[in-house]
Design a protein around this ligand. Sequence first.
Ligand code: PLP
Length: 264
Amino acid sequence: MKQRTTAIALTIAGSDSSGGAGIQADIKTFSALGVYGASAITALTAQNTRGVDDVMAVPPEFVLAQMRSVASDLKVGAIKIGMLATAPIIEAVADGLDDFPGVPVVLDPVMVATSGDRLLDEDAVEALRDRLMPRAHLITPNLREGAVLLGEPAESREQMLEGRAERLRDLGAKAVLLTGGESMAETALDIFADENGVQRIEAPRVETENTHGTGCTLSSAIAAELAKGESLDKAVKIAKLYVTAAIIAADEIAVGQGRGPVHH
Ligand code: PLP
């Protein structure tokens, strides 16, 4: 049988036992977009649609071992980074990226779950900013994460967001997608800033409580499109359409009793 080559994406992120966010959301997204998914798991979470009950971080050297095993065998076309849990894991991931020269990195600076549970130690923000942001082709902070990275108060006024996205880019990433979906604006507005300037990326607001895994899905959809060879600008627009469809589809399935997952 004739084998065909396939685009491959790697997710470096945490596991969600309820299957809606983290590594599980990433691999579902890769598959739905026709991309083969590999993973390096940074932390296990015991969680469901109501919240995170417990977190067990993977030893940093074992995160690095997973990355090196993948790098030495699979031809990875793009990397998505999600939950990192601790500063030593960030250091290990930064070291591991040296084994993927030239591979585009989409960094979702995951800090706190929507349920309020922490997914990154408070003292790890500096390592994230200094060690990983300069290596990222794109970072995808939400409003709260953007504020923490800049050390500024949270801000959701639309006219302030463009300046914020540009200031985040000054921290070293090549491009920024500042997601404003959780603000109360009439549309789900994201601001994309790259070397060509700032663009507004809008989608209709979907009224649903079932948005668990939205951020993970967005960043992994972008990585999937990059792995297929799309430009960053186009990958971001395709991913926004994909996430919007996944949020609309979330109400088709009943999973758990809390904030249900987006559907792929
Ligand atoms: N669990 C893991 C492992 C995650 O990576 C994330 C987000 O990135 C979450 C939970 C939080 O997802 P949400 O805020 O959509 O509930």
